[in-house]
Ligand binder design. Structure first.
Ligand code: PBG
Length: 306
């Protein structure tokens, strides 16, 4: 009766990695229990999640090196396998909520989220590329787009491009406070997307800064974001609370790959009890103020409560 915080499958979003080919289900070594799926096996995975009541997904493509270039042209190529699988998913499961990441890194030969020129990321010239990617993803049927690239001004730029193309109903989940974190390692293994040189500190946030997140939140809100996200989650619970207290938009938190991998490693060693530590972890992110949690534990949690 006095329980203050609820944790339900409906709050969770399951990140899924997809790669071209067939019959592929390959485990990510640094994120045990999480796989890259070829399209037909991804559909089967989504079906088994839907049967558990888990209906929210965010997709990431693992793109072959040969298709990567400096301007991420594959991201909006008509033959893009990722856009095709999105169409297939929405045709088969129209009731699911399908989110896409928007950033150049899975398609960039430089491994950066923005355009690289003379060793630096050029913010404004990245925006038209993100806009093309966004329109292609909306056209493919994604319900929400999540710009994770952290370029300044991209939410407004994307919103305008989407509206002009007629996709007024496609939502924007803004990666508002995304930090230059060490906890993205397993994700970059999954996509083979680590930066070829340099780091992401000129566009992702300084882990020392909390108040700066409020500036980012204000900008994303004015530019038309439908939801604000904090990333990572566990190491930034104070930032989640800060945004929850200061915004009336729904707040999402990305419980990132490295945060999940730490817990999995301890549990697989028998040092922690997964069935207790995992839900407590998710509950703590909810308690901090997250309405929505993106987590690699989403399916396990759905299975557990079932
Ligand atoms: C890239 C992107 C990253 C993640 C989501 N989108 C990695 C990065 O910024 O290098 C990380 C997610 C995770 O670690 O689970 N645009």
């Amino acid at each position: 009766m006095a329980n203050e915080t609820q944790l339900d499958v409906s709050h969770l979003v399951f990140p899924l990695f997809v790669m071209d080919g067939s019959g592929i289900k390959s485990e990510i070594k640094s994120l045990p229990g999480i796989y890259r799926f070829s399209p037909e096996l991804l559909l089967a995975e989504i079906e088994s999640c839907m049967n558990l009541g888990l209906t929210n997904f965010i997709l990431f493509p693992a793109v072959a090196d040969a298709l990567k270039d400096t301007t991420a042209t594959y991201s909006y190529h008509p033959d893009n396998f990722y856009l095709k699988i999105a169409r297939d998913i929405k045709a088969r499961f129209p009731e699911c909520c399908l989110i896409s990441d928007v950033a150049m890194d899975p398609y960039s030969s430089d491994g950066h989220d923005g355009l690289v020129r003379d060793g630096a990321i050029v913010n404004d010239d990245t925006l038209p590329i993100l806009a093309k990617m966004s329109v292609a993803q909306a056209e493919a049927g994604f319900d929400m787009l999540g710009p994770s690239d952290m370029m300044d001004g991209r939410v407004g730029f994307m919103r305008q491009a989407l509206d002009e193309a007629g996709y007024t109903n496609t939502g924007i989940l803004a990666y508002t406070a995304k930090y230059a974190s060490a906890f993205y390692g397993p994700f970059r293994d999954a996509l083979d997307s680590a930066p070829k040189s340099g780091d992401k500190k000129t566009y992702q946030m300084n882990p020392a800064n909390r108040r700066e997140a409020l500036i980012e939140a204000e900008l994303d809100t004015m530019e038309g974001a439908d939801m604000l996200m904090v990333k990572p989650a566990l190491h930034y619970l104070d930032v989640i609370k800060e945004l929850k207290d200061s915004s009336n938009l729904p707040i999402a938190a990305y419980h990132v790959s490295g945060e999940c991998a730490m817990l999995m490693a301890a549990c697989r060693n028998g040092w922690l009890d997964y069935n207790k530590a995992m839900p407590e972890t998710l509950l703590s992110i909810r308690r901090a103020g997250a309405d929505v949690i993106l987590t690699y534990f989403a399916k396990d949690f759905a299975e557990m409560v079932r």
